[in-house]
Design a protein around this ligand. Structure first.
Ligand code: C5P
Length: 397
């Protein structure tokens, strides 16, 4: 995917707004069309006319703008944008977006647009470090927003620390960077599978789906065409990702086989149930017995099935282990003929299953890499970077 050509520059009421003029110029030098939308308070810091002069387009700031609605309405503006860049993004602007407010033109356009959102925060270091701001930023990131900075250094308020807006050149470089996964087709499984016992009960597991969703989201952001096959989870579909919902392992296998042709990469991040009840009771099983036996039978192994296909994509598997992590993962890498395996400890507090963070040990035939414990989005980025390296080394072999 080429860099965005139609950029909506959202200007919040931070003193760094003066740098946004330079930013608009730099984007235009790259050939992008830029339309500026100022928050109502940003207008008091910097004149819309200045943006108009630099962008060659009318700068907008009012939701109720008769002239604007007669030309390009706020919805058209939202559809027009190929990327929305908030620079500077103040703590207040970030908070309002995190909560889905739409009480001015800028927040309305953000809410009405499906374009990728880039956020370049600029604020006092204490405001940046405040848990409220940090939580809001994290929430926006989980919805697919990309964070640019902030940088650390001397601040307009006289303090020193993180909170400075990145320099225009740095923002332009990030926004226009070539996308590492452009053109690649990726199929990802995520979440648990539920194996029904009767109409109200099932066998499940503690997978939240977050790791697989983070991989799908990050791959889409880097330009891949992503299909995500998900077991039952409580997560939003990442921006730009095609999602197929399934319930059981057998449904997941059927969906994977229907989608696998033409895929370049298959990432099996789902925690697929190994067994299912041999019989599905049509009616709710009554209690009354002192105990009961549930007979189980093995589920198909989705990853192994794909590995045996005549035209197999690059295969990435996961190994969730509570003991002997490396040895078990190595064995799976070989047994399932994988190109890369991501091994993680489960059952440790705060990481792995049902957690925000994760740490992985990546293994491939002839090498390994440790990914330290961090946010699942960052873990996904590191995993995809290794995947790209392995794909490239396979192509040049
Ligand atoms: O053997 P184990 O279940 O630990 O292997 C884990 C890997 O295999 C994961 O990548 C998981 O998504 C995949 N898998 C699968 N189908 C199964 C079991 C596991 O695709 N039935």
């Amino acid at each position: 995917m080429s860099p965005p050509q139609r950029i909506l520059l959202g200007v919040g009421a931070g003193i760094a707004a003066y740098k946004s003029l330079e930013l608009a110029r730099r984007l235009r030098e790259r050939g992008a069309e830029v339309r500026a939308v100022l928050s109502p308070r940003a207008r008091r810091l910097i004149a819309p006319l200045a943006f108009q002069a630099v962008t060659g387009q009318r700068a907008r700031f009012e939701l109720w703008d008769e002239e604007g609605e007669a030309g390009m309405s706020h919805i058209e503006l939202a559809r027009w944008a190929e990327a929305i860049l908030l620079a500077p993004a103040t703590a207040d602007l970030i908070a309002r977006l995190a909560h889905g407010l739409a009480d001015d033109l800028l927040t309305t356009v953000c809410l009405a647009s499906e374009a990728p959102l880039w956020i370049a925060p600029a604020m006092n270091r204490t405001m940046w470090a405040h848990p409220a701001t940090q939580n809001n930023v994290r929430l926006l990131q989980t919805r697919g927003a990309r964070l640019l900075g902030p940088a650390s250094g001397a601040q307009a308020c006289g303090e020193e620390g993180p909170g400075r807006m990145l320099e225009p050149d740095e923002i332009v470089a990030a926004l226009c960077a070539p996308q590492a996964l452009a053109g690649l087709r990726l199929l990802v499984t995520a979440g648990p599978t539920f194996e029904d016992i009767d109409p109200v009960r099932f066998i499940g597991n503690r997978s939240s789906g977050r790791m697989g969703f983070a991989i799908a989201a990050e791959a889409a952001r880097q330009g891949a065409r992503v299909t995500l096959i998900s077991g039952p989870v409580a997560l939003q579909t990442p921006i730009g990702v095609r999602r197929i919902d399934v319930r059981s392992a057998r449904e997941m296998l059927a969906a994977v086989l229907a989608e696998i042709d033409d895929q370049d990469v298959f990432v099996a991040a789902a925690a697929v149930a190994d067994y299912r009840p041999r019989e599905l009771a049509e009616q709710k099983i009554k209690k009354g017995m002192a105990g009961m036996n549930l007979e189980l039978e093995a589920n198909p192994d989705i990853l192994a099935t794909v590995a045996d296909l005549p035209r197999r994509p690059f295969l990435v598997g996961f190994a969730a282990e509570t003991e002997n992590l490396r040895a078990n993962a190595m064995a799976k890498l070989a047994a399932k003929k994988l190109d890369l395996i991501a091994a993680n400890w489960v059952g440790r507090p705060g990481q792995g299953f049902d957690a925000e963070e994760n740490a992985l040990l990546l293994l491939w035939p002839g090498g390994e890499r440790e990914i330290p414990r961090m946010d699942k989005a960052e873990v996904a980025r590191a995993l995809l970077a290794t995947m790209v390296e392995r794909l490239e080394s396979r192509a040049s072999a």
